[in-house]
Design a protein around this ligand. Structure first.
Ligand SMILES: [Zn+2]
Length: 144
């Protein structure tokens, strides 16, 4: 039995999933302020990528560390109902891999950004300029 009620557990999980910090919004804001234009959650593509940059033929997936099973502190599973969580997270991971594979087959470049990479200001200052650099290098490749 879970030591928490269903409601309490879902409260805890929503915190873990980072609904407050909304990492995809952090990434979108940064890209937007740097002049990038993108589509959000395009339903026509596998997994409805969080950010789609058609000009760069790039899909950015912003993954919550808990739900998508990142091997970091935030991806640690709760001790209670461990088997339930293992099954749940592993099916999410399988789905992620399938979506990424399909996106690549459709000719998209896929970049995954983990929640923990943009969690703190310090992390953002590392990861986000790196992302922009990554995107710009793609464009250069195209021009050549
Ligand atoms: Zn993580």
């Amino acid at each position: 039995m879970d030591i928490y009620s269903k409601k309490k557990r879902s409260e805890i999980m929503s915190k873990i999933s980072g609904k407050e910090t909304k990492p995809e919004i952090v990434v979108r804001k940064y890209l937007h302020s740097n002049g990038f234009r993108f589509r959000k959650n395009d339903k026509r593509l596998p997994g409805k990528p969080d950010i789609l940059l058609p000009k760069y033929k790039t899909a950015i997936l912003v993954h919550g560390c808990f739900w998508h099973g990142h091997e970091c502190k935030a991806g640690k599973l709760p001790e209670t109902r461990k088997e339930f969580w293992i099954n749940k997270i592993s099916s999410t991971k399988k789905r992620d891999l399938r979506n990424i594979k399909q996106l690549k087959e459709l000719g998209w470049i896929v970049i995954v950004i983990w929640q923990c990479e943009v969690k703190t200001k310090a992390n953002q200052e590392m990861r986000l300029p790196q992302l922009v650099k990554q995107l710009k290098s793609l464009q250069i490749m195209d021009l050549n």
